[in-house]
Design a protein. Sequence first.
Length: 107
Amino acid sequence: MQQELAEIFRKEAVKIKTGMLISVTEVRTTPDLSIAKVYLSVFPTLYRDEVFKYIDSNQWYFRKELGSKIGKQMRIVPELHYFADDSLDKVDEIDRALKGKGENPTL
């Protein structure tokens, strides 16, 4: 499911904004597979709000696309809930903090 969603979002990223990358970092499903939590990473991050607005207004499309790809393998296509994966932001923040300390040894 994660790979199929990643492919769908790779194609859709171009429609939203040229030069943008949307990665599906994780998909968690309920035991009955009726709901899937989809974690997305958007690069550059300044387009994150725009991407989530686009996804919210086109949720039916993404579920339909997923259904066309996995419909023969799964009994139902799960309801998709999207969340921002901010782990790259945290890594970048830590990296900047470490670099900042290295530049000024008097701290």
